[in-house]
Write a protein that binds this ligand. Structure first.
Ligand code: ATP
Ligand code: MG
Length: 260
């Protein structure tokens, strides 16, 4: 799947560092995500995986280093602007969002992409309505695609853990992203729903979408990842295909050291 001469880096992270008080959560970490690929980030608990995802998504700024997305330096760009530019991270469905239906959740997620202005004149209302219809159509299409359509009118809180993960992914897709960042999508998800999630991600990749996935489920990583980065204690241990990194003794040691 990967041809190093043809692939284009959609995301290029160089030398990212982040400290929390006395803890060096991430030190001089570099990574790149090729367009149309699934890139996995693995490593023991506390390795800095979520910190890396949060820095990429713009939740907080790095102490040093740079992030270039789609040819633009976004190191200091706000999270919502990154999302608008095509980089979307998923969020857990909060208690408030749980009260909304599945469909309403998608309509809300889609609002970022449509005309939304308190000063919109009567003249523009027609255009807003049309754009709202388009958002609704997109929501229905995506729900059908991920197999949640029959649950469209259920409150999001009524979904199973796996269905919620699918809904989180679908909400991200409402923003028409180029890159989707997922932090432990398979955690707490039943095996049949992990299957569904994998199939959905593989199908989206086939259409050119890129993914950055932090995951402890090695079956998912083995199946989906075009490239795997291994973090330990805030630094990059190694990178390569799943087969390559799992042949590395240091990786096995880092896992045994971290998970035992
Ligand atoms: N907001 C924060 N404030 C203080 N320390 C933090 C914060 N976020 C992370 N850390 C610390 O930074 C280090 C890396 O944490 P991080 O959450 O990135 O690890 P992780 O690889 O995602 O681990 P896990 O597999 O358990 O999710 C840990 O020592 C953690 O305690
Ligand atoms: Mg984490």
């Amino acid at each position: 799947m990967q041809n190093p001469h043809e692939e284009r880096a959609l995301l290029e992270v160089r030398g990212l560092s982040k400290r929390f008080g006395g803890v060096a959560a991430l030190s001089d970490c570099s990574l790149s995500i090729a367009a149309g690929s699934v890139t996995a980030i693995i490593g023991p608990n506390g390795a800095g995986k979520s910190t890396l995802m949060n820095l990429i998504g713009g939740l907080f700024p790095p102490d040093s280093g740079s992030i270039v997305f789609d040819g633009r330096d976004i190191t200091h760009e706000a999270a919502h602007r990154r999302a608008r530019g095509g980089m979307v991270r998923t969020f857990q469905i909060s208690r408030e969002l749980g009260q909304l239906t599945v469909f309403e959740n998608l309509m809300l997620a889609g609002q970022d992409a449509r005309v939304e202005n308190a000063l919109v004149s009567t003249f523009l209302r027609g255009r807003v309505a049309r754009s709202e219809r388009r958002v609704a159509e997109r929501a229905r299409r995506l729900l059908e695609r991920v197999g949640l359509f029959r649950l469209a009118d259920e409150p999001a809180s009524a979904l199973s853990g796996g269905q919620k993960k699918l809904l989180e992914l679908t909400r991200a897709l409402m923003l028409k992203p180029k890159l989707v960042l997922l932090d432990e999508p398979a955690a707490g998800v039943s095996p049949p729903m992990v299957r569904e999630l994998c199939d959905t991600i593989a199908a989206l990749r086939a259409e050119g979408l890129s993914f950055g996935i932090v995951e402890h489920d090695m079956d998912l990583v083995a199946e989906l990842a075009d490239r795997v980065y291994v973090l330990a204690e805030g630094t990059r241990l190694t990178a390569g295909s799943y087969a390559e990194v799992t042949r590395d003794r240091r990786v096995v040691e880092a896992y045994l050291g971290g998970v035992a």
